[in-house]
Ligand binder design. Sequence first.
Ligand code: NI
Length: 259
Amino acid sequence: MAETWEARIAPEQVEAYRRDGFTWFPRVTTDEELEWLRGVYDRLFAERCGEEYGHYFDLGGPRGHDGAAVLPQILGPENHVPALRDTLYFRNALRIASVLLGVPDDRIQGGGHMILKPAHYGRETPWHQDEAYWPPETIPTSLSVWLPLDEATVESGCMQFIPGSHTSPVVPHRHIDDDPTVHGLVTDGVDARAAVACPLPAGGATVHHCRTLHYAGPNTSEHPRRAYILVMNGPAVPAERPDARPWLDEERVALGSAG
Ligand code: NI
């Protein structure tokens, strides 16, 4: 792997992030590193890495079901492969987060997850805000960097965003299929006509604020859509009046009674 390679962060990208709640970068890593990342990624999914700890599960199906995973996800792959923290991708994501969040990089904690959308996968990742997954007691200073390891097109399920939605509070969400044992969340009533799709070359990245409404379509292409996402968290502040997020309680109850 190359020792250093810095993604360029242009003033227009900072401006777009502040105004729209998202921006994108044509490159956040090198071809050489991308090839290494693909190998690690495929191995982790083949091994169903961390399944015994709940780090590998199907985002699109009920927890613990034993059929083929439709939308497999791996949480915290860096805990299994520590070299992932030492990549150009990780370092560039940290630099980008530091600039966009306005927080020194030594006050940012980063962690990843990998979502594999198989070829001809017929379901979308429905509209949601990432913050809806998190407890309401703190207000995060957080963004996600979304790196596709394969070209991401509208047909393969690239990211789509609602510009300006990061300025709204967390809106009501529910579990996909109204099944609280499905981890994935959806919010209703998004006007998709306002959506901006962000196709990307492999090795590029979108960056979005934790409140930005986003969506990814089904993968109708004949290639898997491999994505490696890094969530970068600056210091959170306590919420004075935490909002109700009943969907989180429903999931806790459903998994508790199932387990
Ligand atoms: Ni998301």
